[in-house]
Design a protein. Structure first.
Lengths: 463, 463, 463, 463
């Protein structure tokens, strides 16, 4: 998330981060940098509204004395580097070229090797993030004609990056375009870069275009400039953004997420029809697909599972009895709707299946005659090395199980997943065909070669 | 909320309060009382999970040394008495008969007069709640044969009360039955009283029956006993519980709220059909009614307005720009769904209309061709003296305005409310006919005479 | 602590409470009351600067709109009533006569009996303090010609009380004058009542006179008025105020505490001389007496025990190893001063002796040849029912032990206490002779009859 | 502060830091490192007991699984680098050689130049401390035969450093020995390095010797080893450690601080006698010298100024009226002692003189006939570049003023400072003669050449 040339850039960034909270809830941070080179940063563990208050934002914006300024911000969702204060972003460093702050979305798969090289060259790291690798490379590249382009060309994996310097903001995206990164403009002047279009909507900016895979966009006093740091390749956009990660209100990779999700629901209804009395969504994740399923199937759409809006945002450990208590708090079933009925339950995805099982038991206990679970994506079988933090293979419910076995485990009458072909057809458009998406978590087909097993703590503490 | 005869009663009460959080977010509290008469209470401003942690709950339950015990709890939604620590509930007092704690849901309309009498009799109040009036009456009634029945017979207005003594729990409900109060039982023994059946579901208790209007239920070592403190009258259940207040997953006054809300949506579709392309709910409040509306109208049900799940639970003041910024954060519109479409937007109710107006403007800006707002209850015209905290008449959007004027104000093509007759027919059942409901906020027909204007601070600070 | 007729009375009270922090560290509170009868209070567990910040004080003072106003405040040192939020003071109640706040210093020995009478009369208590007993009596006295005088005449024991009403402040002191209470005046107008003269110094007020034992002082718009509520008796001022409790900078009962403490040190030197090389104080409590001891004995005064100024104000539990670790942190010995020397260590009093023993061991370890402990008061043998919270008899080091046994226990060569006669002679002045002091903790001679054993929790939770 | 080979090293370090709190109150931190190379650190703004609790310390010690382990700790007193979370110490970095943590006491005068060289070499800094300069040098020195010795030889200025590696602890001190650093041993095995001997006393360790100027001490499994990194020079121990900085209970540079301070008081009495009635210390700073002054002068030693023990540890801003209010809270004068008397007030030093002036006014107001201020060190005229954070020259009271002018400014009858010769004679011993001390703040004679003006923020934020 980056802002250039707008008044109160820290306040703007705060609003944008708030609208992007779904992309990361571990920590949040904002950095600003005055023309005199004074960098200020505030970052902490927790949700955006808990990390920032008006006083903190005012202090950051004070760097610009009411004039238009720039800022970058970050919501952290831990993939590489453990969860700690020193891993919060934006990451700030001081180099011969001045102070620089950067925020990173994605996962750099050759970070460990790069780090070892840099350490071997007599360098010191002060965090365990792959983000610091980018910064140290950038500093070392000070003799290159285009230090940033050179730096980015060394990186492998998924990265959408925003850099803040005293005199410019730079945005870059990896050649495969794994993670989204869009460019917006304020009606009254000023630019913004953000992961999703909802952030533009939240701050009143207009969508301009995506930052292209392999592109660096530089915004400074002379306006916007673009250059490439790498040769074009066939894109590999993360299809899980459409399935689960992005906001339904965003346009991502050229398609509106909510429409994609409705179509995914329609498609699973076409692929896996079932004779039933009603369709109900798993709240809130299955709602978009469930309306699509209802439309195609002609079954009535009814909300039989009621979420407790106050649970889930606040951490509550199951203190008495088992985990089922927490699920009972989180969801209630309307018995009168499900009693004696054949029900289709729609959800967007299923990872471990632990809580799904408990929810299905609640439906059964409330009198459901038949339960047919429909998942609007294929089964998850493989790790993601590009920014989604799935659990280990052995914890994934689909590992080494047939759908019949999964249905038995979940206590439902049938389970059906969307086919990979169906997924491709739904997300594909003339501009962004289905094979421009990365579906490695479903198919195991990785767009690039992965060296060895990459783990969350690949870079962590050693001495 | 009351528990009797169950292990870890404070933990149980915590879970129940959590499931009832929608009934009050101002403060929360739990009281326990050992057989030796030792009363312990923990209460504070804030949401249930912020007020209690495992340590606090363990300390409360420690009173019972792992044996079954009793507890009462409360979520405060401020009607009488200002918002302060000393007004948190349960309210605890020490009398000649021992310690007593009580929790109150409702509003006692003759509290001010009763308080003046008690003060005139040389008594001291230490809070500004009507709850303390109940306690002081109870203490003064120590020479009455049935002190509690006598006390309750002095009260006018809406009250669902739970009392905790060292040797018993007592539950009572006003003769009109304004507020709900249900009785449940644990499979392994032990009783529970709660405002709604979702609380029973949350803690694994089974629904037994409602506490009747005008009834006192006593639970002690000899089991459950019942007596009346007043003559039966025609009930006046709060219809707004069905419209807005209660959880959709609860049974209230004999009907399941979610079904009632779906039927309210169907009814408004029957009463006010409109030629349109799709139906969309105002999230999350209009969803139940919108599915009903879609079913009757035959229009497709699509979710065009996307709520930010992280906003609204945490307090955020609009710091930059106007209030619209906060609304933009809270909701996003999926432009591809609304563009060029004639849209029916369904919501459960409309009070001031301030945020509705901003949301309608967002829809319009996203390209909606026509917007038809359908409200699944009648217009709110009158104050509630029985526990719902509406703003002043002059702030209500329906005050002195026709629906055309309201539509103009909100910037929509049409607004239609449900008729009062329609409301009665929907909520009415053979057991609880429509005229057993209080609809004074819509009709102005108050079941009892109200002396003067009662305001929120009627009992507040004077010296 | 009370202020009348001064601008920003809450800020003033805050400063006064800060200067009186030594009198109670458990909780602090301030109440203000507008002429319109609006009472506001802020109180919480903890030290004065932690309980209040500028914002809180401003909010309290806002009641007066920059005009001169009134306030009362309190530092709580727990004697009756357990340590809890609901026992913080000032205590606020609402009566037929309006709101009233009161703050109490002392201990009412017949509170339990009075409370039972009031409860038997159908009254409810909401705390476990003897302070609420005073308030309830006052409310019940509403038919008496002088309700306050009647109320005070019912109380037995030690009480210095300040009352805040919307139109006046009243100050009262028990007939024996156990606890101090002084009256001051601001140069620019306005009155102040406080426990000690240091509070007057802290806020720039001038000492006027003491509130007399058995006197009520009323301050209102017509100025200051005085009346008695009880017959004069021989005073029984608490001698422990001079020995330990009051600030050395205060005048208490007509004498300056620091001078009294120096004279107590001189007297113990006269009563118990010893051949030694130097005198050193136990910091910081023994310093005043040690300078007196040095003066009379002619021995050099040197500081051999160095306190850690950062320990002791913050709570630290001994986490590793034994309690000795905490003492080592708290005090360090200058070995070069004590090595091979015969040392007189002077302290003001000794209660349990636990930490003294550890300190003496440190001195011995550092090479002290002889240690002679001199205590500038007599041994404590009896409980105090009038506001000082000594531990149980069995925990007092002097219980059933000779001074030789105490010396052996403490590991010193000799221990000597001041004689009771010496104490009387030192504190006695022509105006306030020695026998106008209560020395019951030393002598067991209680000025009034005590019914049964009074314990800290005499009024606590029962039900 | 460093511990090697002792169980619960984090707990030990906590106790040591607590005893050294007087050396820095801005932030505190502890680092531990397991043999497997896992470095853990906890550091935060605030006082030691607020930064750490038992849980945090247990978590750090858990690295060692109850076996003996190592830890380093730091109390930060800001000289270089602004006051922020990212400047807390110990500073942790990851290099090719593994993780390393270091804690620094002192000030490196060529840090800016070194940093520019390192940045120019393509390196990134993530803080604004001179401590990071040491770490980056150490990493770059990875091809040197003795990387640490080489690194230290590059540094100019004052530094006492402790390093923690997974397999050893190293301690080093600059060739001039500006700051103290002592070595201790636990009776049961294990080593400790600390700034002052009070830390050894606090944790039950025995003093072994000082780390020599220019020495590196390495402690690992094979025991203790020593080497030099630089040629011996004439030491320049900071004389202000004796005057003000160190604990009176410590031995520093071979002398016990308390004895030195008593002798400084004796010496100023010899150099500047005055006809007076009594001597009183400025609490608590002047107490040691005042007893010495009293001894030599024969005047009675009395404590006329009473500190409020609860003020000063907690931050309180003057909210009403002027700064005088805060001083009145902090100190009270015993009028009966000073009234009509000729008083000698002794303090250890005087920097700005702002609060001294207010205190003198209080003494005068209380009736002092004559006030003679005696300062047991020479006037401060020059900045310190070696770790003491004096204000700018223009804020120093002694700048461009005679003692008569200072007396007039402070409102006293006379002011006298100790002579530089007197200071040298008092601190000098046969082992450490007076000219082995740095007295640059008094004399302007800097032991090394200082390039340009060094300011607190010399290294701070630029971009």
């Amino acid at each position: 998330m980056a802002v250039w040339g707008a008044p109160q850039p820290a306040h703007i960034t705060f609003h944008a981060l708030y609208s992007l909270q779904h992309r990361g809830q571990e920590s949040a941070g904002i950095a600003v940098c005055g023309r005199d080179g004074k960098m200020e940063r505030h970052a902490a563990m927790g949700l955006v509204p808990n990390v920032f208050d008006a006083e903190t934002l005012d202090a950051l914006d004070a760097v610009y004395d009411s004039a238009p300024g720039s800022a970058i911000g970050h919501n952290r969702y831990s993939t590489t580097g453990s969860s700690e204060q020193e891993n919060t972003q934006p990451f700030v460093g001081y180099t011969a070229g001045g102070a620089v702050a950067l925020a990173h979305n994605g996962n750099i798969v050759n970070a460990k090797r790069l780090r070892h090289e840099l350490e071997g060259d007599g360098r010191v790291f002060t965090s365990t993030t792959d983000t610091e690798v980018v910064l140290q490379l950038l500093a070392r590249a000070n003799t290159e004609p285009d230090a940033l382009a050179w730096t980015l060309s060394q990186l492998e994996g998924a990265f959408s990056l925003v850099f803040l310097f005293s005199d410019r903001v730079e945005l870059a995206r990896d050649p495969y375009g794994w993670r989204p990164l869009v460019l917006g403009r304020f009606p009254d002047g000023g630019w913004v870069g953000a992961s999703e279009t909802v952030a533009l909507d939240a701050i009143g900016a207009e969508f301009v275009r995506e930052v292209e895979p392999g592109e660096i966009v530089t915004i400074d006093d002379s306006g916007l400039a673009s250059r490439r740091f790498d040769e074009p390749v066939t894109p590999a956009h993360c299809v899980f953004e459409h399935v689960y990660f992005a906001s339904p209100a965003s346009r991502v990779f050229g398609s509106t997420v909510q429409l994609v999700r409705e179509r995914l629901g329609e498609r699973i209804a076409e692929e896996n029809p079932v004779d039933a009395d009603l369709v109900t969504p798993m709240p809130d994740s299955g709602r978009s697909a469930a309306t699509g399923y209802a439309r195609v199937s002609g079954l009535p759409y009814r909300e039989a599972i009621i979420p407790n809006r106050y649970v889930g945002r606040t951490f509550i450990k199951p203190t008495t009895g088992e985990r089922a208590a927490a699920v009972r708090l989180k969801l209630n079933v309307v018995a009168e709707i499900v009693e004696g009925q054949r029900i289709v339950v729609v959800d967007d995805s299923i990872v471990r299946g632990t809580t799904t099982r408990l929810k299905m038991a609640q439906l059964r206990k409330a009198g459901a005659k038949e339960i047919h679970l429909r998942i609007s994506c294929p089964p998850i079988h493989h790790p993601c090395y590009f920014g989604v933090d799935f659990p280990d293979r052995k914890e994934l419910i689909a590992t080494d199980r047939t759908t019949q076995e999964i249905a038995a485990l979940l206590g439902v009458d049938s389970v059906a997943y969307l086919s990979i072909e169906g997924l491709h057809e739904v997300v594909g458009t003339p501009e962004v065909p289905g094979d421009h998406y990365c579906d490695a978590c479903f198919s195991g087909r990785y767009p690039i070669t992965i060296e060895g097993e990459l783990r969350k703590d690949a870079l962590t503490k050693h001495c």
